[in-house]
Structures are given as structure tokens and as C-alpha cells.
Write a protein that binds this ligand. Structure first.
Ligand SMILES: CCCCCCCCCCCCCCCCCC(=O)SCCNC(=O)CCNC(=O)[C@H](O)C(C)(C)COP(=O)(O)OP(=O)(O)OC[C@H]1O[C@@H](n2cnc3c(N)ncnc32)[C@H](O)[C@@H]1OP(=O)(O)O
Length: 432
């Protein structure tokens, strides 16, 4: 949570420009990143991405046959490598894909992506990014002699998504691109970009970094991925960033407030915030009052429940990560909207960790709250838990962090409890 907080701090101070800046003019996407490496690529239609994934994995098209399809996948076990050295290295361009979302030319498709404010549903974009990320990884690990892959590739982490534009038009075509930019032993980092047609050029609107993990054919244990060969200084730099990201994630998880107490500076900030909410008319620690233009964090909460029907399954008969993200995002958006009292625009998404798969048939409990605000910015945390219909026990599957920009300046949020102040990014408060 603390890194997301620091990003908001930087946004508030104008230090951090999401992506390439909100007012970016038209650019030629072929000139960016590693685009020039694959000039001849023709984009896949967005509807074909899932069909391709289904073919690669051999997933059933109806729920009735899902057990049989999974039994067939067991046979692919023998194609799994015993070590990474057995696998041929791949270039970044081997996994490079472009996907077209023709909102401009296909009005029937537009309906699925449309908001009532005549913008594009970001939740749908999250679903497309998730599917594209997985397809990119299958391209990287493609066995040319086999139609089906022995790997089950799952989303482990949405490291970050930065929007470079406030809102997207539902009437202009969108193009996605993605490629594997770093590999470990069983994990891969994927970089994705999104562009929207403006005049006759595709302009950048979003940058995303996801981490995918390869599992065996039954999705029960880890599986090796093909190594990566680097062909230019640009690719070496992307790979180096991937290494740094891995190190940062390890360091970040070891400083989690679930594992260690707040630092002296953080404790001081928490205490000062607590003191600022004490009623000056009493000398009691129990008598709390809100400072002007502030809201108790607890009063910003919204909750929802989803039943995870088979329709929302992924190719491995678990619940599709993109669906979980869409539902969490929409609850987060509603939380920001009701808190700020005006229309929020998503600015960034950080650190969505997929800790456990969600089984089909589970009950999905989402709970969302504002955990920090600054000027027009609202940071929302959505916590997701599942329970089966039979067992009452709840298990956390994800924690989502969304940063929104509201049309109007928003109130401050104050935690009433120690738990609330730990959720609050104290390091961000310290930088106010
Ligand atoms: C039309 C009809 C339709 C028919 C049906 C088809 C329906 C189609 C509709 C959907 C289509 C699209 C589907 C596309 C698929 C989407 C994917 C998903 O949904 S997936 C669903 C959503 N996702 C899920 O459900 C996943 C749930 N999570 C899990 O299962 C596990 O936490 C785990 C497998 C991710 C890691 O398990 P763990 O025991 O920790 O594993 P290990 O210790 O063994 O480490 C292995 C490697 O992983 C690394 N690593 C680990 N964590 C992270 C991290 N946070 N950050 C970074 N890295 C991480 C670690 O460093 C190591 O790397 P390396 O050193 O080897 O390189």
C-alpha cells in the first residue's frame, strides 16, 4: 500500500506524470518502446483473443465438459520442461502482439464498453489487458510442434497501470500491444500499451505492467518458462527494469505493516493525526471530532457481493482475473464517486496481487473504502474475500488499489482506529 500512496503524493505535487502525460499529442506508436521490432504485425480482433487462448489451453466451450477438458490437459504433463535450460530462448519480438478493439467501426461491440457518461468502461479494459497479458506469455512459450500448451499461465500481479488520458472516447478504435519484457524461472513480466485513434493516428492512452506465472498443465505446481534473449540496448534496459522491479517487490513485501511495526516517523504521524481529532473541549482520548472538511474513513465504505457463476470462469475453470478486477474497479469507482460527489476518472492502478485462485461457485465479498485523499485525488482500497457456499470461512484473494481524480476538490479522510491508520498511507501524509 505504501508505494501506491507515494505515487499519489507525487501526483499531487505534479512530480509524477502518468504515462507520457495527460495532454500528450498524437504520436506514432511504431516509434515507441520496441514497436519498431515488429513492423509487419497485423492486429488480432479483440474477440479472437479469448478464442485463441481457449484453443491454446484446450478449454471446453461449455461448463458441462470442463472436467473432461481438464482430464485431457493432464496428458500434456510430459511436455513440461524439467529445467529452464532445456527450453530455447525467445526474443521480445516473439511474444509481441497487437489487438484491435474496433469501437469506431463496430457499434454492437461499443455497447459492451459504454458508460452512461459516454466514456469507455475501464473495467472492460482491465479484462482485455488480462487476456492480452496471458496470450503474450503463451506466445513467448509457444511450442511450435504442438497446438496446445502444457502451461497454465495465471496472473500473479498487476504491478501498475498508468493512464495518460482522462477519459476515452467510445467512438474511436482502440489498439493494444504487449510483449514479455522480463522472465524469471517460472514468472514473466509483461509490458502492455493502449492507443486510441485520434484523426488518423493512434495516440498512447495507457501503460501497464503485469506479472504472470506459469504453472503445470493442471495448475497445481510451478512450471519453467523459456529464457529471454536481449537484442538491443533498449531491450537490455527493459530487462534491467524487470530485475529492479522484482527486487523492489521483495523489499516491499518484507516491509509490509502486516510483518513489521510502523517506523518512528510513521508512528509520529499516526499520533499527530490522532491528536488532531481529539475534542479540545474535553480531556478524553475517547471524545473524537473531525477537523473541518473531513470524513471518517469508516464512513466511506461500500460493499458488494458477487456469486461466481461458471460464465465468469477462465480457461482453467477458475474465476477470470479480469472479471475480479472489473468488479473491484466498479465498486472502487462508485466509492470514489459517492465520496467526492462528482465524477471520478481513474489515474492509476497499483499492486493488485492475486494471492489465491477463486473457485467457480464461490461467494465473492468486495469491500471498498477511501484510504487517502489530496486535492482532487482519491485513493481507494478494495479488499476481496471468498467463501464457498458450504463453508462459512472467508479467505482473502486480492487487495486492489485504485487512484482516481475527481472533478472537484474532495474532503480529507481521517481514520478512527489504529487499523484504519495503518491502511492509510502514512508516508504519503508525511509528504503533504
Ligand atoms: C466462450 C466459452 C468460454 C469457455 C471457457 C473459457 C472462458 C474464457 C474467458 C476467459 C478468457 C481469458 C482467460 C485468460 C486467462 C486469464 C488469467 C486468469 O484469469 S488467472 C486468474 C487470476 N489469478 C489467479 O487466480 C492466481 C492466484 N494466485 C496463485 O495461484 C499463486 O499466488 C501464484 C501461482 C501466482 C504464485 O504462487 P506461489 O506459491 O507464490 O508460487 P511460487 O512461490 O512457486 O513462485 C512462482 C513464481 O511466481 C513469482 N511470484 C509469485 N507471486 C508473485 C507476485 N505477487 N508478484 C510477482 N511475482 C510473483 C515468484 O517470484 C516466482 O517467480 P520465479 O522466481 O519462479 O520466476
Amino acid at each position: 500500500m505504501r508505494r501506491a500512496a507515494l505515487r499519489l503524493c507525487a501526483l499531487g505535487k505534479g512530480q509524477l506524470t502518468p504515462g507520457r502525460g495527460l495532454t500528450q499529442g498524437p504520436q506514432n506508436p511504431k516509434k515507441q518502446g520496441i514497436f519498431h521490432i515488429h513492423e509487419a504485425c497485423s492486429p488480432i480482433h479483440v474477440n479472437h483473443v479469448r478464442d485463441k487462448l481457449r484453443e491454446i489451453v484446450g478449454a471446453s466451450t461449455n461448463w458441462r465438459d470442463h472436467v473432461k477438458a481438464m482430464e485431457e490437459r493432464k496428458l500434456l504433463h510430459s511436455f513440461l520442461a524439467k529445467s529452464q535450460d532445456e527450453l530455447p530462448p525467445r526474443r521480445m519480438k516473439d511474444s509481441y502482439i497487437e489487438v484491435l478493439l474496433p469501437l469506431g467501426s463496430e457499434p454492437e461491440l461499443r455497447e459492451k464498453y459504454l458508460t452512461v457518461q459516454n466514456t469507455v468502461r475501464f473495467g472492460r479494459i482491465l479484462e482485455d489487458l488480462d487476456s492480452l497479458g496471458v496470450l503474450t506469455c503463451y506466445m513467448h512459450n509457444k511450442i511450435h510442434s504442438a497446438k496446445m500448451s502444457p502451461l497454465s499461465i495465471v496472473t500473479a500481479l498487476v504491478d501498475k497501470i498508468d493512464m495518460c488520458k482522462k477519459s476515452l472516447s467510445p467512438e474511436q478504435d482502440i489498439k493494444f500491444s504487449g510483449h514479455v519484457s522480463w522472465v524469471g524461472k517460472t514468472s514473466m513480466e509483461v509490458k502492455m500499451q493502449m492507443f486510441q485513434l485520434h484523426g488518423d493516428e493512434f495516440c498512447p492512452v495507457l501503460d501497464a505492467t503485469f506479472v504472470m506465472v506459469a504453472r503445470d498443465s493442471e495448475n497445481k505446481g510451478p512450471a519453467f518458462v523459456n529464457p529471454l534473449i536481449l537484442e538491443s540496448p533498449e531491450e537490455e534496459e527493459l530487462f534491467r527494469q524487470g530485475e529492479l522491479n522484482k527486487g523492489r517487490r521483495i523489499a516491499f513485501s518484507s516491509t509490509s505493516l502486516l510483518k513489521m511495526a510502523p517506523s518512528a516517523e510513521e508512528r509520529t504521524t499516526i499520533h499527530e493525526m490522532f491528536l488532531s481529532t481529539l475534542d479540545p473541549k474535553t480531556i478524553s482520548f475517547r471524545s473524537r471530532v473531525l477537523p473541518p472538511n473531513a470524513v471518517w474513513m469508516e464512513n466511506s465504505k461500500l460493499k458488494s457481493l458477487e456469486i461466481c457463476h461458471p460464465q465468469e470462469r477462465n480457461i482453467f475453470n477458475r474465476i477470470f482475473g479480469g472479471f475480479l478486477m472489473r468488479k473491484a474497479y466498479e465498486l472502487g469507482w462508485a466509492t470514489a464517486c459517492s465520496f467526492g460527489g462528482s465524477r471520478p476518472f481513474v489515474v492509476a492502478v497499483d499492486d493488485i496481487m492475486f494471492q489465491k485462485p477463486v473457485e467457480v461457485g464461490s461467494l465473492l465479498f468486495l469491500s471498498s473504502q477511501v484510504c487517502f485523499t489530496q486535492n482532487n485525488y482519491i485513493q481507494v482500497r478494495v479488499h476481496s474475500e471468498v467463501a464457498s457456499l458450504q463453508e462459512k470461512e472467508h479467505t482473502t484473494t486480492n487487495v486492489f488499489h485504485f487512484t482516481f481524480m475527481s472533478e472537484k476538490e474532495v474532503p480529507l479522510v481521517f481514520p478512527k482506529t489504529y487499523g484504519g491508520s495503518v491502511l492509510m498511507p502514512v508516508s504519503t501524509r508525511a509528504c503533504l
